[in-house]
Design a protein around this ligand. Structure first.
Ligand code: SF4
Length: 337
């Protein structure tokens, strides 16, 4: 265990964790909502520092990031735990601490070793992903600082529920982030996710202002967030508040965890969502988690030329020349593109 960052002592018995918007007040001997941060005699400890439960070399498209060094590899790591309780979680076996035994799973890897592994496998970036990087902030922060020195990019794949303090700390080291916008209704965030909507919207705006490369993902779940009005709300928010060049990934839901009775999202609904996204003015809207020919390709928003062709999280053709459309010369949004 290692002493946590970003917490305050309230009195002899209680401390407050300031890492995510829950700002848990934690009594001596207890843990916060994420169950991986514990108050022991007035000191907050993280129980997951260095404890990697998943590590893979992934195409960056799998994060998903389509406009950040396309075609590159991301050294991807996770520790157990999450600050959300999504009933549809697709990584629930490592994100939800239903049994403390999971904290003993995985292997210990130092930040230095992660950097060496990323270098040896020619990864352009390190992705803090699969579970929520906010709850393993100390580990990702130390790794990200070393990565920066080694000229390796840092990527978060996040639910966007961190505090301003945490965002300010990671900002100098964070190059790109994909944030889930899981619904456009606070009621859904409260009932199905165990969080609130507004802090996520506020953080999305703050991340954009910080000039960190941003892409947004929305998992479309039948009967939960698949109504045209809600989809339009999400698309309009991204276009109006974050910018039309922010890529939006519409992701297909598959039945699982506590939502086994809900069928997978239909192709018709996914295509309707994409249509709405384009109608709201977004330049780059993709359908993920299902192979639909052309729906994960990048097209020039000005002349419609085909720019990047993708298949199975890989790039089959990249027609972009010096960051520009080869047909009309429009600069294509992104980094390393
Ligand atoms: S990270 Fe969030 S959920 Fe975990 S203890 Fe801190 S405030 Fe609570």
């Amino acid at each position: 265990m290692r002493e946590a960052l970003l917490y305050q002592k309230l009195d002899k018995e209680k401390i407050r964790c300031d890492l995510c918007t829950h700002r848990c007040v934690i009594h001596d001997g207890k843990a916060g909502i994420c169950k991986v941060r514990e108050n022991i005699e007035g000191i907050l400890y993280t129980k997951v520092y260095g404890r990697t439960i998943a590590q893979h070399i992934d195409p960056i498209e799998k994060k998903p990031l389509y406009h950040f060094y396309p075609g590159s590899k991301a050294y991807s790591i996770a520790t157990p735990g999450c600050n959300f309780r999504c009933r549809f979680c697709q990584n629930w076996d490592i994100s939800q601490i239903n049994n403390y035994e999971i904290l003993k799973s995985g292997i210990d890897i130092t930040p230095e070793q992660i950097i060496r592994n990323a270098e040896q496998t020619n990864c352009t970036s390190i992705a803090y992903t699969y579970t929520e990087p906010t709850i393993f902030f100390e580990y990702s922060f130390d790794t990200a600082r070393l990565a920066k020195e080694a000229k390796i990019k840092n990527i978060y794949v996040s639910n966007g529920y961190m505090t301003r303090e945490m965002l300010d700390m990671i900002h100098p080291y964070l190059d790109a982030i994909n944030v889930d916008l899981k619904s456009y209704r606070d009621e859904t965030y409260r009932r199905i996710i165990g969080a609130r909507l507004q802090p996520v919207l506020d953080n999305l705006k703050k991340i954009k202002q910080m000039d960190i490369w941003l892409e947004v993902t929305s998992l479309i779940i039948p009967g939960i967030n698949d109504g045209p009005e809600e989809i339009r709300g999400m698309a309009n928010f991204i276009a109006a508040e974050l910018g039309k060049n922010v890529p939006w990934h519409i992701s297909r839901f598959f039945s699982g965890y506590k939502m086994k009775d809900i069928p997978p999202t239909s192709v018709k609904t996914l295509q309707m969502a994409k249509y709405i996204g384009l109608e709201e003015g977004l330049h780059y809207v993709y359908i993920d988690n299902i192979a639909l020919p052309g729906d994960s390709d990048t097209k020039c928003p000005l002349c419609g030329a085909l720019l990047i062709e993708r298949q199975d999280f890989g790039i089959t053709h990249n027609h972009i020349k010096n960051g520009k459309c080869p047909e009309c010369g429009l600069k294509i949004a992104g980094e390393g593109i």
